[in-house]
Design a protein around this ligand. Structure first.
Ligand SMILES: C[S@@+](CC[C@H](N)C(=O)[O-])C[C@H]1O[C@@H](n2cnc3c(N)ncnc32)[C@H](O)[C@@H]1O
Length: 246
C-alpha cells in the first residue's frame, strides 16, 4: 500500500501541481503555460498535450532536458522551455504560440507584485475562454517571507544565514490589485502551498475598492491584520467547489 492510499482523499493536502492538474483534467485542457520554471518541479510532472515553460535562468537538470528532447521526438505531448523573461515571451507570443490558446497557466516567476500582476494580464491575452490562471505564493506567512526585493538573490542576501529561505515577496498585492481594479475577473486565494491565487473570467462577486496608490502603500502588517478580506482567502477544500463550477 502506498502512503497516498492510507490518506483519505478529503484530507489530502493540495499544492500547485495538484490544482493545475485537476484544472487541466476538468477543462479537458491540452495546453499549460508556466511562468518561472526553476528546476522544473512543476513543469516536468504535469501532464498536458502542450507545455510551455518560461524562465530567463531555468536550472532544469541535463537528464530532464534530454528526456524533454526525446519526448518531443517520440510523443504527441510536447514540452517547450523558453529561456527568456515573461515580458519577452509575451512580446513574442504570436510567433511562439500562433493562434493556440492556453488552458491553465501557473504564474510563479519574479515575485514582485508589479511583475505578477503584469504576468496575469498578459496571460489573459493567451488564455482560452474557460481557462484558469493559478498564482503561487500569494499568502506569505511572515514579513520575512513577504520581503520586498527585486530578485530572489536580493532577498536571499537579506537573510544570508537561512539556507532554505522561502521567498513569496509581495505577490499578495497583485491579488488586491486584481480584486480592486478588475470587476470582469473572479479572483480568490486558496489557503494552501503559500497561497494559490485562482483567477478566471467572470463578473467579480467580491470586489474591493482600493486605489492602486492605496495598494502600493500597504505593508505586510496590513495583510496580516486583514488576510481573509484582502485575499478572499478560502480553505483549500473549497477548490472542489470551484472545480465543480467550471
Ligand atoms: C519560485 S521559482 C519557480 C518554481 C516553479 N514554478 C515550481 O513550481 O517548481 C521562480 C523562478 O522564476 C524565474 N524568474 C525570475 N524572473 C523571471 C521573469 N522575469 N520571467 C520569468 N521567470 C522569471 C526564476 O529564474 C526562478 O527560476
Amino acid at each position: 500500500m502506498t502512503i497516498q492510499e492510507t490518506v483519505p482523499s478529503a484530507v489530502q493536502a493540495i499544492d500547485r501541481k495538484i490544482v493545475v492538474q485537476k484544472l487541466l483534467s476538468k477543462l479537458e485542457g491540452g495546453s499549460y503555460l508556466e511562468i518561472g520554471v526553476e528546476l522544473g518541479q512543476s513543469l516536468l510532472p504535469i501532464q498536458a498535450r502542450q507545455k510551455h515553460g518560461v524562465d530567463p535562468n531555468p536550472i532544469v537538470p541535463m537528464r530532464h532536458r534530454i528526456r524533454m528532447f526525446m519526448q518531443n521526438l517520440l510523443s504527441r505531448n510536447k514540452v517547450h522551455l523558453h529561456q527568456m523573461t515573461s515580458d519577452d515571451f509575451f512580446a513574442q507570443r504570436n510567433s511562439i504560440l500562433g493562434d493556440s490558446k492556453i488552458d491553465v497557466t501557473l504564474v510563479d516567476g519574479l515575485h514582485t507584485y508589479e511583475q505578477a500582476y503584469r504576468d496575469v494580464l498578459n496571460c489573459l491575452d493567451v488564455l482560452s475562454p474557460n481557462g484558469v490562471i493559478v498564482m503561487h505564493d500569494c499568502n506569505p506567512p511572515s514579513a520575512r517571507i513577504a520581503f520586498r526585493a527585486r530578485s530572489h538573490s536580493e532577498a536571499l542576501k537579506e537573510f544570508p544565514a537561512d539556507g532554505d529561505f522561502r521567498w513569496c515577496g509581495d505577490v499578495w498585492k497583485a491579488i488586491v490589485l486584481l480584486r480592486s481594479l478588475h470587476t470582469d475577473l473572479q479572483t480568490f486565494v486558496l489557503d494552501a502551498d503559500f497561497g494559490l491565487g485562482i483567477v478566471s473570467r467572470g463578473a467579480s462577486t467580491s470586489k474591493l475598492s482600493y486605489s492602486r496608490e492605496a495598494i502600493e502603500a500597504m505593508s505586510y502588517e496590513d495583510l496580516a491584520a486583514r488576510r481573509t478580506t484582502l485575499l478572499d482567502l478560502r480553505p483549500a477544500s473549497s477548490f472542489n467547489e470551484f472545480l465543480a463550477s467550471r
